[in-house]
Each structure stands twice: as C-alpha cells, then as structure tokens.
Design a protein. Structure first.
Length: 458
C-alpha cells in the first residue's frame, strides 16, 4: 500500500526560520515614512515610532538580511502542540480527477486555531512577553487572526484585546467565542473605548465598522500605553512571512522522504503569509541549486492585486498608519466585494512577495469564488477535510493544473498548502450549495480609481 501521510518527528521540526531576503536577487525596496518619504531604517525617529507600535525584536526581524534566524526554544515548545504538520498525498482527489499528476498537500489546518496563523502568533506573543509587554492589541475581520493570537497570548500571560469589525462580530460569533475561551477580550469595532471609535459612532451610530477603523482603534490603544502595550499584525509584514517558513521547510524534508520533487508549489494569497511559508524554502532551492520549481500565488478574482494591481508604494492598512510599503496593490481605498474568503480580502501584498513577482520569480493567478467552493466540495468529498474558503483557492488552482496534466498526459507533481479548515465557515458552503453565491470581477475603472489616489513614488 502506498503511504498516505508523511510525518516528521518532533525532533525533525525546524529550529530556524528562513529569511528569503538573504537569497533574493533584488532586495525589496525600503518602507517609507509616510510623512517624510525617507527610508524608515535611516530615520531614527520613525524607527522609534515603529517601536512604539511593535516589539523591538519583531522590528529587527522585519529589517533583517540574515539567512536563518533561530526559533526560540519557548516558541518551539508551543509549536509542538501541533507541529510538525502532516504532508498528505491526495490520492482520492487524484483518482476523482483521473489525472496522472501526483498531488500533495501540507495540512496546516491541524493547529488549535484551525489555520497557519498560530505559526506567527506564537513568536509574536513570545517576543512581546520577553520585552515585558503586558497587553497586546490587534484587529480582526472574520476572526482567524484574533483567534490565533488569543491562543498564543494566553501562553505567555499577555492580556489581549481584539477589535473585531462589528458586522463580523455580530454575524460570526464562533471565532469571537474561541477568543473568549482562550481568555481574550473581543470588542466590536467601532467601540466607545477609543477616540477613533467614538468619532465614527458620532458620525454614524449604526456604523457596521471596517478593517481600517478596527486597525485605528487597536493602534490607538497601543500608542496610549507605550510602557506596556503593543500592537500586532497577522500577515503582510516581513517578520510574519519569516515565521511561516516552518511550513515550507518541513515540506521540503517531507517531499524528500516521499521521494518526490514538486514541479509547482501553490498557496492561496491574502497578504502573502501562507504562500510565503510554503513556497520560500522551495524558492531557495531555485536560487541555490538552480531548480525550476514554479511558485503560484492564488487570489480571488474579486480582489486581484497580484494579477491586476500596480507595483506602488501604499499603506499596509486602510487607515494609513503603517509605513508606505512597496507592493502590488489595488489602492488602500479599494473595497473588495463581500466574498466568503474573508482572509483574502486585502488590498495589497507584502514587500518581499511583490518584489519576487515583479522579478518574475513567482507567478499569480486569480479564480472566481464559485469555482473555488466547487473545488472545496470536491476536496471534502474525496480527502475528507472541509477546507477554509481561503484555502479552496489553492485547491481550485491545483485542480486546474491536474486537469492540464491529464490533457497533456504528463505526470506533474503538485504541492499545495491547505492553510486552514472551514468548519467555522460553513455559511459559505451553505450559500454555495443553495446556488446563491455570486462571482464578481471589479471593472478596470474601479481599479484605476483607487490606484489613481496613490501618490506615485516609484
Ligand atoms: C488569514 C488566512 C489566509 C490569508 O492570509 P495570508 O497571509 O495570505 O496567508 C489564508 N487562509 C486562511 C485559512 C487564513 O486564515
């Protein structure tokens, strides 16, 4: 019988994160201070500003060019709750597709929060704790990040306050309850706890909130208590991508154990962290060993920053608090339609991933949501796991490639990242099964409108 799951022992878990910046032919452009347009790392004032928001060690990692960075033992200890994660051969999916392709997936859905996000939540909580920080703040849309950082903060005795966009707070109670179960406070945003929240409520008492507003509230609370409070972010930034490389490093070892070499590595794309996590260690093999492994980022057709956005300096957040980051973006004012893959409704991409795309070292595809949910259902009915709506984008792209392999009669090897499970997102499946899901593709005019609002700095 063929092996279905390839598992590593705890002793084979990576002890370092991989920093792709060390191996990139062109380094990402520096982040700019939104006020002066000077590179942040040449501006002590701005670095100070950054350290009022983020833990010191995370800022150092953000700017690091070291190839490997040690994973603290305290972090490895908590990783062991669910890591190493299995690599699985999707034999039943292959059979259903009648494809000669060999399909593998890395199962990141086995973490306590049900996604890859705890891979960065744990070190972020750890470094804040090490610095003596007692309170963390963050924002969350659908709640995946809020739940992950709630789980992580508890381990280090840090109090966490999560500002959750009010419409999700009311419509999606389960991740809020996960946060509460792990001991975090989850507040509907806009709230009366901050200036920005109160101002929004004064303008419109029925305001249902937005991610931008929730960020403003979370950052405001952190800035108010610089002695013991910091803010944290679950995607986009370099240090977040760095932490996620445990995924790909394990997968490199597991693919070797399976005696398989991927022709392509596929990940869904919101801000870029799970895609980076699975693909960067394989890209290293391209850079160092001259391999030609394709890395494919898959975004929703309704939020197509990689395939239809522009390479520009833009804010990481909607509110304009973060430094200006060089990225593929639709403009921070772009309003993505309300698709079910909430984690992929982000206007931009991280700086590293954007540079790699610009240099033609990775590829991007976009897929409409009906196709992705159909893929999710086929996956659930073959491999058993109900995937997160975000992850179904990677599955849909995998299916496209597997069907192409069948047409061409070529036995390609495909590896994709299953970034999370969808047991708390069953509403998306209900809508799909009822035939009520709509596909949406923004017009060129819509995209150029929000892009034209950006100051041209490149
Ligand atoms: C948040 C999330 C994503 C998108 O974020 P990235 O930073 O692009 O990885 C994808 N899948 C799941 C399950 C998520 O929770």
């Amino acid at each position: 019988m063929e092996t279905k799951k390839i598992c590593l022992s705890e002793r084979q878990m990576p002890t370092q994160w991989y920093n792709i910046v060390a191996d990139m032919p062109n380094k990402p452009l520096p982040p700019l201070n939104p006020a002066t347009k000077e590179p942040v790392n040449k501006e002590p004032v701005t670095k100070e500003q950054m350290s009022a928001i983020f833990a010191e060690e995370l800022i150092d990692q953000e700017m690091s060019t070291e190839r490997f960075i040690d994973i603290p033992e305290e972090v490895q200890e908590i990783y062991k709750i669910w890591r190493p994660t299995p690599l699985v051969r999707a034999t039943a999916l292959e059979k259903a597709l009648d494809t000669p392709a060999r399909i593998y997936f890395k199962n990141e859905s086995v973490s306590p929060a049900g996604s890859h996000k705890p891979n960065t939540a744990v070190p972020q909580a750890y470094y804040n704790h090490k610095q003596g920080i007692k309170h963390l703040t963050t924002e969350t849309g659908a709640g995946q990040w809020g739940a992950s950082i709630a789980f992580a903060a508890k381990h280090f005795g840090i109090d966490l306050r999560v500002f959750m966009v009010k419409v999700s707070y009311n419509q999606k109670p389960y991740r809020r309850l996960m946060m509460n179960t792990w001991g975090a406070e989850c507040v509907a945003s806009p709230s009366t706890l901050t200036e920005s929240g109160r101002a929004a409520l004064k303008r419109d008492p029925d305001c249902s909130g937005s991610l931008g507003l929730a960020i403003s509230e979370a950052v405001e609370v952190a800035l108010r208590s610089p002695e013991d409070t910091r803010y944290c972010l679950g995607s986009v930034l370099n240090h977040v991508l760095l932490h996620q490389t445990v995924i790909g490093q394990e997968a490199v070892a597991q693919m070797e154990m399976a005696d398989a070499e991927p022709d392509m590595v596929i990940g869904c794309f919101g801000g870029g962290s799970n895609f980076a996590g699975i693909s960067f260690p394989f890209l290293r093999r391209n850079f160092v060993e001259g391999k030609k492994i394709r890395a494919i980022a898959v975004e929703p057709e309704s939020c197509p920053k990689l395939t239809r956005g522009a390479f520009q300096y833009d804010f990481g957040d909607v509110a304009g608090y973060t430094p200006l980051i060089p990225m593929y973006t639709l403009g921070h004012n772009f309003q993505p339609s309300d698709i079910h893959a909430g984690g992929l409704r982000y206007h931009g991409a991280g700086a590293i991933v954007s540079q790699l795309l610009k240099d033609g070292l990775i590829e991007a595809q976009s897929i409409p949501q009906n196709e992705t949910l159909a893929a999710g259902i086929l996956f659930a009915r073959t491999e058993g796991i109900i995937p997160a709506p975000e992850s179904t984008h990677a599955i849909a792209a995998t299916i496209r490639e597997a069907l192409r392999a069948r047409e061409e009669g070529r036995a390609k090897t495909i590896l994709f990242n299953l970034s999370g499970n969808g047991v708390i997102d069953l509403y998306a499946y209900e809508q799909y099964l009822a035939g009520a899901l709509k596909d949406y593709s923004p017009s060129d005019a819509e995209i150029s409108k929000t892009l034209s609002q950006l100051e041209k700095l490149i």
